[in-house]
Design a protein around this ligand. Structure first.
Ligand SMILES: [Zn+2]
Ligand SMILES: [Zn+2]
Length: 342
């Protein structure tokens, strides 16, 4: 089933407008709120062979999609289309964060980012190699989790003091027991096979105050995908995502000891709830040195994740000036790989 939104004034196709948060007509400028859009202007087309072939209501062309697409644009007439049968039943998203960053704003941010790139080659700074810009709703699972933690440890407190000619070291041993209950709300994990997990993680956080109940008009004019992995399959990933927090929380309760050695550490993390949600992401594909690179931007907050291609000549020069010791060099390399651009 294909859904298209027709302008009640002029009949042209409407798309979701990130600035106003409404369905907008590019021809006559009409804007309608998603809640009040009149039903009689929503056109739905049923295909004979539902899963395989969709047709555009405007021009009759076959809409080219792969099996994961839930919203796209007609490659012949440009109309925004939503493939509703891929968004129903167990594939129905519970919530969506709508785009607030427009395509033009995303393009501008990409240009600025290229110019600021410390190690990007001169040529690349022109940022004219963009192959494609895609506004994409990426499927995520949002988990509420609970961890029950029981820790047995031995803590020491060491004191040094002087009596006469002698220096004494006094070590006191403590039995430490911790029983911790931790709740996590709305931990996101991307559920799309195509998306690079690392990039998706780096695009966080999202502002959950703007989570809306899912409605198909939000997808009009954008690309959307359905999930490839369900909430059960991704549970190990979300658990490993919070495991770092659990560990650092445990050590935060062990302050005041000179040393802590753990006898046992039981961490039992369970899912309390999960929601299927769609998050907005701008994706840029660009060529450099015959390789494809990706630049991604959080379509809600504008946060940028990307890796500019390194200019090795420039990088070498930059290193030689400061590589006084191995230690410093390593630190700088880890900054570039770890914190700098990704
Ligand atoms: Zn119109
Ligand atoms: Zn068409």
């Amino acid at each position: 089933m294909v859904i298209q939104y027709k302008c009640p004034n002029c009949g042209d196709d409407m798309v979701f407008d990130s600035e106003s948060g409404t369905l907008s007509c590019g021809s006559c400028g009409r804007q309608d709120t998603i809640e009040n859009f009149p039903d009689q202007h929503i056109t739905t087309t049923f295909s004979e062979d539902e899963a395989k072939e969709y047709h555009c209501k405007n021009c009759g062309a076959v809409i080219l999609t792969d099996a994961d697409t839930t919203a796209t644009t007609c490659s012949f007439c440009g109309a925004g289309v939503v493939l509703a049968d891929r968004l129903s039943g167990i594939l129905a998203p519970a919530k969506v964060i709508p785009f607030t960053i427009s395509k033009e704003e995303a393009r501008q941010a990409f240009r600025t980012w290229c110019k600021k790139g410390l190690l990007t080659p001169k040529k690349f700074m022109e940022a004219n190699r963009i192959k494609g810009i895609t506004g994409m709703y990426v499927p995520f699972w949002l988990y509420d989790l609970n961890s029950k933690v029981q820790v047995h440890a031995t803590g020491t407190k060491v004191r040094e003091y002087t009596r006469g000619d002698y220096i004494y070291t006094e070590t006191k041993y403590y039995d430490v027991y911790r029983n911790i209950n931790l709740d996590y709300h709305k931990v996101p994990v991307d559920a799309s096979e195509k998306m690079n997990d690392k990039i998706m993680d780096r695009l966080e956080p999202y502002n959950y105050a703007e989570l809306k109940d899912f409605k198909t008009p939000y997808l009009a004019g954008y690309i959307a995908e359905k999930y490839n992995y369900d909430d059960k399959e991704l549970l190990p990933r979300v658990k490993s995502k919070v495991s770092g927090f659990v560990e650092s929380y445990i050590s935060s309760t062990m302050g005041g000891y000179s040393s802590v050695s753990y006898q046992s550490k039981q961490i039992d993390t369970k899912k309390k709830h999960s929601d299927y949600v769609l998050f907005p992401i701008w994706m840029f594909y660009y060529d450099y040195n015959k390789e494809e690179h990706i630049f991604a931007m959080n379509g809600q907050t504008g946060k940028i994740v990307g890796k500019p291609p390194l200019s090795y000549a420039k990088a070498a020069g930059w290193f030689s000036g400061i590589a006084g010791s191995t230690f410093i060099t390593l630190k700088i390399i880890s900054f570039i790989m770890g914190g700098g651009f990704w």
